[in-house]
Design a protein around this ligand. Structure first.
Ligand SMILES: [Zn+2]
Length: 401
């Protein structure tokens, strides 16, 4: 079966009108379904989140912080941390297969699903396969990580140096770096290099403290940078020197961080960027959350561009704006018509689920605005479990119900 969106964004440099997209369902009649006022994209990629950290409101009473290491300690006193502890107490072991931890992590994955992400990178010590298998979208498991150069792997895993070794040059090595405005964070880039951890598979998160020459060096090595402006402005009042990043053509991706410090979701991240950097074209932001992320996270190239011949991955949304990239900036949770990841529908308008009679998954139906939606699994049940533990209703702004 084929569907035809009004516009199909093949990649940041190519948009087609009236393109048939083969969503790969057996269909003897070779049927094509026209979906008016819709735009097709490849699902988005959020390159930085901490899935268990998706609680609200944001934490941090002593802002702005000179560096995030102070916040990591201070946030333990926050309302959010303490409220979440009534549901899941983080005993420091970071065993996220603990049932309550897994439930919170799945909630965080749904945050990403409802904002059009087919993939989210979860920065945490590496978990067992069952953790990644339990998620409603792709959470890559082929990575190695360090929390930061200053704090090391306080949250588990081997030392950052050992993890870099284990990355074998083939997996991304993810580490927070330069997340601050003080001397400590300004010195972190040099320390990273001294420890042999600046390589082409390195993904540096934040980089607020980086100077233009350091950014040039990152570009030269072929490493990647993850920009998380909402979290940065909130905690530190400053963000990455994105002008230098674009000038030096470093590979840059976008991350939300968790809602303990970041904005509501990736859609909110776009809004923050547009507010502060209206001069960056929307098509460049699309590149950051698709092709650039595929490179940084070493994902298969099928996650970086729409494939009309075999459309296993698709984000179909309402058309509000003429320009498809500007249109993406206007995305709303309820405006997602279909999120298809690896051939399996994950979220969208109920009538579109009917096109997939053989979809091998459990779905939940709910209403948002005047639309009936389906979603894979049961995030309403997650919210109910949390409500039961707290004894009152907890509202998460990244859930559309
Ligand atoms: Zn982070």
């Amino acid at each position: 079966m084929k569907i035809i969106a009004s516009l199909s964004v093949i990649d940041p440099d190519e948009v087609r009108k009236g393109q048939e997209l083969n969503i790969g369902l057996p269909d003897a009649e070779e049927q094509s379904i026209d979906i008016p006022r819709s735009v097709a994209y490849i699902p988005l990629i959020n390159s930085h989140d901490h899935l268990v950290g998706n609680w609200v409101p944001r934490a941090g009473d002593q802002r702005p912080y000179a560096n995030s290491h102070i916040w990591v300690e201070d946030m333990k006193n926050s309302f959010s941390f303490q409220e979440r502890s009534k549901f899941w107490l983080n005993d420091g072991s970071f065993d996220l297969l603990d049932p309550a931890a897994l439930t919170v992590a799945r909630l965080g994955a749904y945050k990403n699903l409802f904002s059009g992400c087919g993939t989210v990178h979860d920065h945490a010590p590496l978990q067992k396969d069952e953790y990644y298998d339990a998620m409603p979208i792709i959470v890559p498991r082929l990575y190695r990580q360090g929390h930061s150069i200053t704090m090391g792997n306080w949250w588990g895993g081997d030392t950052p140096e050992q993890e870099m070794e284990q990355s074998n040059g083939t997996m991304p090595f993810v580490i927070h770096l330069g997340e601050g405005t003080d001397e400590i964070t300004k010195g972190e880039f040099a320390r990273l290099k001294e420890h042999g951890m600046l390589k082409d598979n390195t993904l540096l998160i934040h980089g607020i403290a980086f100077t233009p020459p350091e950014i040039a060096e990152i570009a030269k090595v072929g490493a990647s940078l993850c920009w998380c402006p909402s979290s940065n402005y909130y905690l530190l009042g400053k963000t990455l020197d994105i002008a230098a990043v674009l000038e030096h053509k470093a590979n840059v991706v976008i991350g939300t961080d968790s809602t303990m410090s970041g904005g509501v979701n990736l859609i909110a991240e776009f809004a923050t960027i547009r507010e502060h950097y209206p001069q960056i074209p929307a098509s460049e932001l699309y590149r950051m959350v698709t092709q650039n992320a595929v490179k940084a996270l070493r994902l298969h190239k099928r996650y970086g561009a729409l494939d009309p011949e075999n459309t296993q991955n698709l984000l179909l949304i309402d058309q509000i704006e003429k320009d498809p990239f500007e249109n993406l900036m206007e995305l709303e949770m309820k405006g997602i018509q279909l999120l298809l990841v690896d051939g399996l529908p994950r979220y969208g308008d109920s009538w579109l689920l009917d096109l997939f009679p053989d979809a091998d998954a459990e779905y939940t139906i709910f209403r948002t605005g005047n639309r009936e939606k389906f979603v894979i699994g049961d995030p309403l049940e997650i919210n109910d479990q949390i409500d039961a533990a707290l004894g009152y209703h907890k509202d998460f702004p990244f859930l559309p119900f």
